[in-house]
Write a protein that binds this ligand. Structure first.
Ligand SMILES: *Cc1c(COP(=O)(O)O)cnc(C)c1O
Length: 392
């Protein structure tokens, strides 16, 4: 099928929930994807910070294929070696001691909220304005942006929002009913917003003083995106609970909740479950993906190439008045424009580069961590061209 035929069938048969690009993809390799017409694109979207080890990584593809021939699914009524090995690996690379597996970021946040409520015996969750935590009823409630909630009420009781970056606002919002503070270490969908220096550390202190749990939503920042395995390591602040998904299994759907020993032990048999959670296929993919991040030195690469990418974006910031800011950590970068950036996304695509626009005016660059310096140069050359055209 060609692009037009695919788009026509989508219109006819698929619920129109996405504002899609007019592009149908059929394969990928490393940081490049090809459309059904055979045209290549450098992929700075990476399935929205999912394909951290690159498209079609042979380690991940082989792990999935081998596992698929052995055992695709079994119930959590039984044990599997893949699940316990993955839990052990996640504990090794994170500040946590216990894992629960599910299938998506929203589901991980739902699990974290249940865990925090069970552990503390309290109901209230403090979340941030401009945040994003998923699309279920409770996670749109937690999300601090009106556009995701309108038309979908009634929402879940027990949530409060405070400005991101303001520790005093959190301190004031905490009551004797507060179970947890839920925060993204860097706001992703909100526009690659970096917290002020020392914010997360202070937040941890305030939570600790008030017996309130600190939950990091690392669904987008996890698995090398910010230059360490987790942003909690980049910012050197260990939360009580971390939620994960996106890049965890190299593109295979999976989510996880990680917690300290004590908090994790609050869940007892029957408290929480997911039919597909931690299935052998997803676990095999995650093991391969995380081991690849380690074996190929992708954390160091995320830092060094990310820095080089950011420097080039900053050069463009110096050159073009329409660029208002460049910011980010590792391979999680944003270029804030003084205008909506949807049309720039189209122009970049026509130049063979995939980027997306978040928060209306922020070009987001979250490429596979394996992107080469030559590919980064091509991306910034295209961007230079698009910016030049738009400033005439
Ligand atoms: C993408 C995202 C989610 C939601 O993940 P899904 O897998 O789409 O449910 C939650 N939190 C953050 C920070 C995200 O970026």
């Amino acid at each position: 099928m060609n692009t037009e035929e695919i788009i026509a069938l989508d219109k006819e048969y698929v619920m129109q929930t996405y504002g899609r690009q007019p592009l149908a993809l059929k394969e990928g390799k490393g940081a490049v994807v090809w459309d059904v017409e055979g045209r290549p694109y450098i992929d700075c979207v990476a399935g929205i910070a999912v394909n951290n080890v690159g498209h079609a990584h042979p380690n991940v593809a082989e792990a999935i294929s081998k596992q698929a021939h052995k055992l695709i699914h079994t119930s959590n009524i039984y044990y599997t070696e893949e699940q316990v090995r993955l839990a052990e690996l996640l504990v090794k690379v994170s500040p946590h001691q216990k894992a629960f597996f599910c299938n998506s970021g929203a589901e991980a946040n739902e699990g974290a909220i249940k865990l925090a409520r069970k552990y503390t015996g309290k109901g209230e969750i403090i979340a941030m304005e401009n945040s994003f935590h998923g699309r279920t009823i409770t996670t749109i409630t937690a999300t601090g942006q009106h556009k995701y909630k309108k038309n979908f009420g009634p929402l879940t009781p027990g949530f409060k929002h405070v400005p991101y970056g303001d520790v005093e606002a959190v301190r004031e919002a905490i009551t004797h009913k507060t179970a947890a503070v839920l925060v993204e270490p860097i706001q992703g969908e909100g526009g690659i917003i970096i917290p002020p220096e020392g914010y997360l550390e202070e937040l941890k202190k305030v939570c600790h003083e008030n017996d309130v749990l600190l939950i990091f939503d690392e669904v987008q920042t996890g698995f090398g995106r910010t230059g360490e395995m987790f942003a909690s390591q980049t910012f050197k602040v260990a939360p009580d609970i971390t939620t994960l998904a996106k890049a965890i299994a190299g593109g295979f759907p999976m989510g996880a909740v990680l917690a300290s020993e004590e908090v994790g032990n609050a869940f007892e048999p029957g408290d929480h479950a997911a039919t597909f959670g931690g299935g052998p296929l997803a676990c095999a993919a995650a093991l391969a993906s995380i081991q690849t991040i380690q074996d190929e030195g992708l954390l160091a690469q995320s830092r060094s190439r990310g820095e080089c990418f950011k420097t080039q974006l900053k050069d463009l910031f110096q050159e073009y008045g329409m660029v208002e800011d460049v910011r980010g950590r590792g391979m999680m970068l944003g270029m804030e424009m003084g205008m909506p950036c949807a049309s720039m996304v189209d122009e970049m695509r026509q130049q063979g580069v995939l980027v997306n626009c978040t928060a209306g005016n922020v070009l987001r660059f979250v490429p596979p961590l394996v992107i080469t310096t030559e590919q980064i140069n091509e991306v910034t050359d295209s961007l230079d061209e698009v910016l030049r055209r738009n400033s005439d």
